[in-house]
Ligand binder design. Structure first.
Ligand code: DX5
Ligand code: ZN
Length: 225
């Protein structure tokens, strides 16, 4: 059922001059989570927001804050992001140096722990931490920018990860991030994704966020109130 997929709009594509209002707008439009892309200009060639902005946005939505850290190293900053109101924090395993320790720290801080796999990263990277994670984020573009095209080879990785999650019996969200639009969303869901991040597909056209989110669930505009 595509309707059940969790939608986590990426505010990277929002109007940065009025981020609080944008977060409230996607909340009202039916977002299940709020995806916040944190970039450091080092792990990825772009620079975005820090914990102070996450804290400032928190009062604008009660939906879980799904914070994607594209920073290296992540460890020195995860406590600040946890204290700022992040409900779920995702790190990249190659942002190092000790993934297992980072995942433990996230849970000790009261956050759900996520692990993000870049397009060339093998699905097996999760094997020895599958009991330590609440979310797997499949990057279907190279991290750093919104508006890129979906890399179709990642569908096979989603299928592989779906099998691994089901075999584990653990309750793990399988999220896809990058180039997600109504067409690629359907492919991701069929491959086994349970959550979708979308930036440009949600934030295109003011006043149409509800239709845009519904379209990712496979619901046509004519059926959206
Ligand atoms: C890329 C980010 C994504 C990005 C998605 O590094 O992690 O969350 O904002 O943007 P779209 O949906 O436009 O590909
Ligand atoms: Zn992201």
């Amino acid at each position: 059922m595509t309707e059940n997929v969790l939608i986590s709009p990426s505010i990277l594509s929002a109007d940065f001059a009025c981020l609080g209002a944008e977060v409230a707008a996607i909340d009202q439009a039916g977002a299940d989570m709020i995806h916040i892309d944190v970039m450091d200009g080092h792990y990825v060639p772009n620079l975005t927001i820090g914990p102070a902005v996450v804290k400032a946005l928190k009062p604008h939505s009660k939906k879980p804050f799904d914070v994607h850290l594209m920073i290296s190293p992540a460890d020195p900053l995860i406590e600040a992001f946890a204290n700022a109101g992040s409900d779920l924090i995702t790190v990249h395993p190659d942002a190092g140096p000790h993934l297992h320790r980072t995942l433990q720290s996230l849970r000790n801080l009261g956050c759900k722990a996520g692990i993000a796999l870049n397009p060339a990263t093998h699905a097996d990277v999760i094997d020895y931490v599958i009991d330590d994670i609440d979310l797997i984020l499949v990057m279907s573009v190279n991290p750093g920018f919104g508006g890129q095209s979906f890399i179709t080879s990642q569908l096979r990785k989603i299928e592989t990860l779906r099998r691994k999650i089901d075999n584990s019996g653990n309750d793990i969200i399988l999220e896809v991030d990058g180039g997600v639009n109504p067409i690629t969303a359907r492919d991701c869901i069929l491959a086994g994704a349970s959550a979708l991040v979308a930036g440009s597909a949600v934030f295109k056209g003011a006043g149409t966020y509800q239709q845009n989110i519904s379209a990712l669930r496979g619901i046509p505009a004519s059926q959206v109130a």
